[in-house]
Design a binder for this molecule. Structure first.
Ligand SMILES: [Zn+2]
Length: 201
């Protein structure tokens, strides 16, 4: 029985998590899951980057694949910096989409991520309009609804939720198109990409 379980784990590792794997405050990845940046993510990212540059938009990866261990370090460091409070911009190990090997934080070259800057504004607006053509979605879109039904890992700030315009995730073009057409980028809509994901393994 034990050998079967080990074989099952090895097969899961080789196959990789499905592109629609749900990772949030309640659904985590095991510490052993260490796929690295996945080839399909890299290829889709390069296609996106090329198309963006044709529109005069520059985009680089600020943060790509993160291991479970690295996320644990980041979380612990931020917790110390925030005097024991739970970090707002960082999540517990196992609960980060970056461990999937399909999530990327994007910024304009030379501009600190998250900085209010015209160049990043242009980049993030371009991503909103175009990311789905390359199989990406914005995982934490801007929402104004105060009846947010989804148990997002971010805390509500009055009636808004902290969103991350820079965090994109590769889910494949057909799923990205489906999520886009469901209107997930509408700030008043309750639709989120996470509605389309499933728990794994
Ligand atoms: Zn991110």
């Amino acid at each position: 029985m034990r050998i079967l379980i080990q074989l099952y784990i090895v097969l899961l590792l080789l196959a990789g998590a499905p592109l629609d794997t749900l990772v949030d405050s309640e659904h985590s990845l095991p510490a052993w899951y260490d796929p690295g940046m996945r080839d399909e993510t890299r290829m889709a990212w390069e296609a996106l980057q090329t198309a963006a540059s044709k529109d005069g938009i520059k985009a680089i990866i600020f943060s790509g694949y993160r291991t479970y261990e690295y996320q644990a370090e980041v979380y612990a460091r931020e917790k110390i910096e925030q005097r024991g409070e739970a970090p707002i911009y960082s999540t517990r190990p196992g609960h980060s989409e970056h461990q999937l090997g399909t999530a990327i934080d994007v910024t304009w070259p030379g501009v600190p991520i998250g900085l209010n800057d015209g160049r990043n504004d242009r980049l993030y607006a371009w991503l909103n309009d175009n990311a789905h053509h390359f199989g990406f979605v914005i995982s934490y879109p801007y929402k104004t609804s105060d009846t947010w039904p989804y148990h997002n890992r971010w805390l509500p700030v009055v009636t808004e939720f902290i969103h991350e315009p820079w965090h994109i995730r590769y889910v494949g073009t057909s799923l990205a198109q489906m999520i886009y057409e469901a209107g997930y980028l509408d700030p008043g809509s309750d639709v989120t990409p996470q509605d389309f994901y499933r728990a794994w393994p």
